[in-house]
Design a protein. Structure first.
Length: 36
């Protein structure tokens, strides 16, 4: 049970990091399209 809760926290952190990375990628992509 303890291990599963730690894994859940770990996956939640990974998921939030992935969302932030995707937001940053979308912003940089939009900037690239604007500068062209």
């Amino acid at each position: 049970p303890l291990n599963s809760s730690k894994l859940n926290i770990f996956y939640n952190k990974l998921f939030s990091m992935q969302i932030q990375l995707e937001k940053m990628a979308i912003k940089s992509f939009k900037l690239l399209m604007l500068t062209r």
